[in-house]
Design a protein around this ligand. Structure first.
Ligand code: PLP
Length: 388
């Protein structure tokens, strides 16, 4: 193959667009991508040092044994901080797993669908991730969808009345924050004796939740906990011991829980260390309640612009809209493209919506500073003035 024109990435002539301005602390852009997402600047700076020399060892954090006392101390502090920050009771276990958020779509049914003889699970369909979780679970048992919001293009979460919850099911699964759609379960549903399982990938540690209400919570790390690939699971110990025959050892919660540090093999040591730094950062900032308060303020800044405008249209119903993923639209696709490009030039990165929905989306996880939300709000007002 002959290359007649250079690859666009190699074109650095005067015709290529200017590098974006870098308005965020540390000479960075404000990064609104949905995940992998922005991390706290302090954490990035610490990791940069520790990657080279961890604690004066003369070896980097990614270069030391997972069986070393240094790494054991990291896992132990990480678990202890999660217990403290989320007020996790003693009858729950924290596990660190491989495979990000979506391997849990298999691990949850492999380990829990056999809790009751009907091998049945309930999945509430509130968007793309929720639907995929349900679809994958059909490989392991019978899946029933007691409620969904498909008819309104997932602009809300449905009601879950007690009478639609089959009590012969092993568990009920919700996606507590719907990343692509920008909706969330503001009120965690009451499911009685039915264990509630929640995919909290895009909102973990962003608001105070009562862990006792859940049988199991899982989260891929790349939104509020660290880099991608790692997943964190919190589960009630009494749910252990029911995995389906043939469940691979590394996907078996009971096997993972039998090791003090959930090490069925070499864990993702660098992501786990980065998670620890983030947990320390959350604690230093005042904990989950402080995160929740700041997150609500950041979201309010953006929703206020959307609500006060005849130009931007918010996607989600007001009572259901997420403090983490702000989804909105412009009158046409051309304007959306221009919005994304001009925002980038202003140092506001990653504002295109998820492919499942299109439009625009600003993901404002814990690590997004208030300054990022207000700069975006100012940009939106200016963009409306110029194009509205
Ligand atoms: C981002 C996200 C995932 C991602 O899963 P990966 O396997 O780590 O890509 C899963 N569920 C939700 C709700 C998410 O927002």
């Amino acid at each position: 193959m002959t290359l007649e024109t250079p690859h666009p990435a190699t074109q650095t002539t005067a015709s290529s667009p200017k590098a974006p301005v870098r308005p965020a602390p540390g000479n960075r852009v404000y990064n609104f991508t949905a995940g992998p997402a922005t991390l706290p600047l302090e954490v990035m700076e610490q990791v940069r040092e520790d990657l080279y020399d961890y604690g004066g060892l003369g070896a980097g954090i990614a270069e030391i044994s997972h069986r070393s006392p240094e790494f054991h101390a990291i896992v132990e502090e990480g678990e202890a901080l999660l217990h403290e920050l989320m007020d996790i009771p003693d009858d729950y276990r924290v596990l660190f797993c491989h495979g990000g958020g979506q391997l849990q779509f298999s691990m949850v049914p492999l380990n829990l669908i056999g809790l009751k003889p009907a091998r049945k699970a309930l999945y509430v369909d509130t968007g793309s991730f929720a639907a995929r979780a349900a679809d994958i679970a059909t490989r392991y048992g019978y899946v029933h969808v007691p409620a969904h919001s498909r008819e309104t293009d997932y602009d809300r979460v449905p009601r879950l009345d007690a009478e639609i919850l089959h009590q012969d099911a092993s568990y009920i699964h919700i996606t507590s924050n719907n990343t692509a759609m920008g909706t969330y379960w503001r009120d965690i549903p009451h499911t009685g004796a039915l264990p509630l399982v929640a995919d909290m990938t895009s909102e973990i540690l962003s608001r105070v939740v009562d862990v006792r209400r859940f049988g199991l919570i899982y989260a891929g790390a790349q939104k509020n906990l660290g880099p991608s690939g790692l997943a964190m699971v919190i589960l009630r110990k009494e749910l252990l011991g029911h995995s389906l025959p043939g469940t691979p050892q590394l996907l078996n919660y009971t096997d993972l829980a039998s090791d003090r540090h959930s090490m069925g093999n070499t864990p993702a040591t660098l992501p786990i260390y980065m998670m620890l730094l983030i947990l320390r950062w959350v604690k230093e900032k005042g904990g989950v309640a402080a995160m929740e308060k700041t997150n609500a303020e950041k979201a309010a800044i953006l929703y206020r612009v959307i609500d006060g405008s005849g130009f931007y249209r918010g996607f989600a119903l007001t009572e259901h809209r997420s403090p983490m993923n702000v989804t909105f639209d412009l009158p046409d696709g051309e304007l959306c493209k221009r919005f994304v490009a001009e925002a980038l030039a202003a140092g506001l990165y990653g504002l295109a919506g998820h492919v499942a929905r299109g439009g625009l989306r600003a993901s404002i996880y814990n690590a997004m500073p208030m300054g990022g939300a207000s700069l975006l709000a100012d940009f939106m007002i200016e963009f409306e003035r110029a194009n509205g």
